[in-house]
Design a protein around this ligand. Structure first.
Ligand code: GAR
Length: 193
């Protein structure tokens, strides 16, 4: 990707489905002078996603696309991205799978964060599966999105140690703290910064 200079930040959309804590951390990062991206659009597939409040708070345009008809929602999404000159997409807790066709149109420009040390534990209920398997470590991964679930090229990972008394809630909290640091770092890495 072409690095940005000065005020010419890469216009980015963040796609969410829920709480939006990664969205919040990305917005904060995007407003720092070191950030190569600006966040100009938030898309949610859920009308009640708490994360939408951050779009409001930080005065960022937002739109709900329910993805019940994936084809139609992706068409609308593409048109929003085009009209708003968006050049990069960050998935942040977005729980829908984008089609091959859509991904092809934004090849190499869609990033995702996943709460495991990929390629281990792709998909849902990550922390529960990690604990059931008595893993000693887990973590989080930022990767490029390709047409297979949680499978694109890995950009950065952060490992965390699992304690003896770890629960799904404590592990998820511990990893989330790291996610908020890892996503901005991965974006800097993508732009060779
Ligand atoms: C985060 O833990 C993120 O890694 C995960 O959803 C959570 C969203 O939290 N994403 C996935 O599991 C994607 N496969 P947030 O809405 O507070 O950012």
């Amino acid at each position: 990707m072409v690095p940005s200079t000065g005020y010419n930040k890469i216009r980015t959309a963040v796609l969410i489905s829920g709480r939006g804590s990664n969205l919040k951390s990305l917005i904060k990062f995007s407003r720092s002078s070191q950030s190569p991206i600006s966040i100009d659009f938030v898309i949610s597939n859920k009308s009640k996603a708490d994360g939408l409040n951050y779009a409001k708070k930080f005065k960022i345009k937002k739109k709900i696309l329910n993805f019940k008809n994936k084809n139609l929602s992706e068409k609308k999404l593409l048109s929003i991205l085009k009209i708003n000159n968006i050049n990069m997409i960050c998935l942040a807790g977005f729980m829908k799978i984008l089609s091959k066709n859509f991904i092809k149109k934004f090849k190499g420009k869609i990033l995702n964060i996943h709460p495991s040390l990929l390629p281990k534990y792709k998909g849902l209920n990550t922390h529960k599966r990690v604990l059931n398997n008595k893993e000693k470590y887990s973590g989080c991964t930022v990767h490029f999105v390709n047409s297979r679930l949680d499978s694109g090229k890995i950009i950065l990972q952060k490992k965390v140690k699992i304690s003896k008394k770890e629960t799904v809630a404590s592990l998820s909290k511990k990893i989330l703290v790291q996610e908020h640091k890892l996503y901005p770092k991965a974006i800097l890495k993508v732009f060779n910064l």
